[in-house]
Design a protein around this ligand. Structure first.
Ligand SMILES: O=c1ccn([C@H]2C[C@H](O)[C@@H](COP(=O)(O)OP(=O)(O)OP(=O)(O)O)O2)c(=O)[nH]1
Ligand SMILES: [Mg+2]
Length: 167
């Protein structure tokens, strides 16, 4: 194994176990892509508004200090209205179970069908930091302060009233 964790451009070595013996090892569509495509090992049909937990046939041992994030595929979202319920899903370094993808069909009218080995999501591996929290009575000031949730204005949909209750 040659990967040096944290050195840019050097791939990180990740142990992978195939639960489904025929499932392809995740690949990127192009060199440099962020996401490694995940397939479903089970066919499924989702009526409008329905969701499913799809198995991917793989489990991983990520190095400490890393996590993998299960992201949606934009093509499925744009063409079929398929989203991930918990987007992005978080795969912890210590998780040894099968990676699963929680899909939902947001199209109001059309069902969507997944065949075995269809690519349903993409896995992005990233470094994650551990933190030490230091409790204080007052936080240091900042330009944004407590502005959020549209405080800077000027976005599409501004004609809808979505002011938070009590603000
Ligand atoms: O899209 C996902 C999200 C999570 N997981 C797996 C890996 C992750 O390490 C574990 C737990 O996920 P998470 O912490 O999001 O779920 P939880 O509801 O907090 O469960 P737990 O109490 O087990 O942490 O489930 C997946 O396979 N796919
Ligand atoms: Mg958790």
């Amino acid at each position: 194994m040659s990967g040096v964790p944290g050195v840019p451009g050097v791939p990180v070595d990740v142990l992978l176990r195939r639960i489904d013996p025929e499932v392809p090892v995740p690949v990127r569509a192009h060199p440099g892509d962020a996401g490694y495509d995940l397939v479903t090992t089970e066919a499924a049909e989702l009526a409008p508004g329905r969701r499913a937990v799809l198995p991917t046939g793989i489990s991983l041992a990520l190095p400490d200090g890393y996590a993998a994030f299960v992201h949606p595929r934009s093509g499925l979202a744009a063409r079929c209205g398929v989203a991930l319920v918990n987007s992005p899903g978080t795969v912890d370094a210590g998780y040894r179970g099968e990676i699963k993808v929680i899909v939902i069909n947001l199209d109001p009218e059309e069902s969507v069908r997944f065949e075995r080995y269809d690519r349903v999501a993409q896995l992005v591996v990233q470094r994650v930091e551990a933190v030490r929290f230091h409790e204080v009575a007052e936080l240091p000031g900042s330009a944004r302060a407590d502005g959020g949730f549209g405080s800077s204005g000027g976005h599409a949909g501004a004609h809808h009233s979505y002011a938070l209750k009590g603000q």
